[in-house]
Ligand binder design. Structure first.
Ligand code: AMP
Length: 362
């Protein structure tokens, strides 16, 4: 039985966050502003979120004794990443209200489940096939045509576990390169641009949407978010309406980031879901009345959602790996809003921080 009772939590309550990365850190900072406390649970010590929270549990996700102790001292549980094991989420949901629900994580942490779900509710996505071995892959490539993209079903992020297949690629080689047990192969989308919408949904079903933004990637990692996306109003409205349809179908309480492709002929296809704060929503801290992190806290605690009014346009640039060494120039740049995540080791591809530059509102 779930511990969810539609409860509202007032300032002073403790939010338990699974995951200790920068999303948890920025959530905890927004929570503190509203008078909530956060308790971070993650397997690694000195994680970015634990640096800014009064309480931490450092334990593996399958340590049920540690999870039970954690549940006993928090009022409500949430997640800052979707790869929390099913059993962990289910275990906690039996003890404390857990938002969003473990069923949503279950869908969003598995590409095939996610694509099947989106198809079942009529959301347009790129053509895809499930593949469980190189033979199935060869057949799928024949059916979908090259180029196409092979992706792992689980634990893929920032382009990890992803292989492009061209007409000359041997399916067996692509299978090896993906390095997983099962996957999804999807048609290559010749997109005009990539966009995302971050939606919030409260306990009362009320929804708020940040505007569609453009996301530009470098080496498969988000490099830049441009606010708002340079798209026609009808496309922006379609993107928002897809985000609404998905969040309502999932009966979401929390945040949902929906990554989408805009095709050259003006169609909007959903690529991926993230039921949590998202990198493409970081600009909201500096440019909106209510940031995505505050909105997340409000939704998870059952408060009314805040205004998503945007007082500025913005460009958010990620600081990846060595980029973070540029901080002296960034702190000296008038108008650049620098956010560093407190990570000590710089590694190539690691998100170390971001910088938001505000522009007059269009
Ligand atoms: P993902 O891990 O699915 O978010 O993919 C990472 C990035 O790879 C996307 O943001 C796109 O730039 C690119 N990509 C993924 N799938 C496709 C596709 N079917 N067609 C074209 N580009 C893709």
């Amino acid at each position: 039985m779930s511990a969810e009772r539609g409860q509202l939590f007032s300032p002073g309550a403790t939010i338990g966050i699974l995951g200790g990365g920068q999303l948890g850190r920025m959530t905890a900072m927004a929570a503190a502003r509203l008078g909530f406390k956060c308790h971070v649970y993650c397997p690694e010590s000195d994680c970015p979120a634990a640096q800014v929270t009064p309480a931490q549990t450092i334990a593996p996700y399958d340590d049920e004794a540690a999870l039970a102790r954690f549940a006993a001292v928090v009022d409500v549980v949430t997640f800052e990443f979707e790869n929390v094991p099913d059993r962990t989420a289910g275990f906690l949901a039996n003890l404390k209200p857990t938002r969003p629900s473990p069923q949503i994580l279950h869908i969003a942490q598995h590409r095939l489940r996610e694509k099947d779900y989106l198809t079942s509710i009529g959301v347009p996505i790129p053509a895809y096939r499930a593949v469980a071995d190189p033979r199935a892959l060869a057949e799928a490539v024949r059916a979908l045509g090259a180029p196409c993209v092979l992706k792992t079903a689980q634990f893929g992020y920032d382009g990890k576990g992803q292989v492009r297949i061209d007409s000359g690629t041997a399916p067996a080689d692509a299978w090896q390169a993906m390095g997983a047990q099962s996957g999804v192969v999807e048609a290559f989308v010749d997109f005009a641009l990539e966009i995302s919408v971050v939606a919030a949904r409260g306990l009362d079903g009320a929804m708020a949407f940040y505007p569609a933004v453009e996301n530009r990637h470098r080496h498969h990692i988000l490099d830049r978010t441009i606010v708002p996306a340079p798209i026609a109003p009808a496309i922006a409205a379609e993107a928002e309406s897809l985000a609404r349809r998905i969040a309502e179908a999932l009966d979401l309480v929390g945040l949902l980031a929906v990554e989408m492709f805009v095709t050259r002929d003006g169609r909007v296809l959903v690529n991926e879901l993230a039921p949590r704060p998202h990198n493409s929503g970081h600009w909201t801290i500096d440019a909106c009345a209510t940031s995505q992190f505050e909105q997340f806290v409000r939704a998870v605690c059952g408060l009314k959602l805040g205004s998503v009014e945007r007082h500025n346009d913005a460009v958010m640039t990620n600081l990846i790996g060595d980029d973070a060494n540029n901080w002296p120039a960034l702190v000296a740049e008038p108008g650049a809003r620098l956010h560093l995540y407190g990570k000590t080791a710089i590694r190539p591809g690691r998100k170390m921080g971001h910088v938001t530059r505000l522009l007059p509102r269009s």
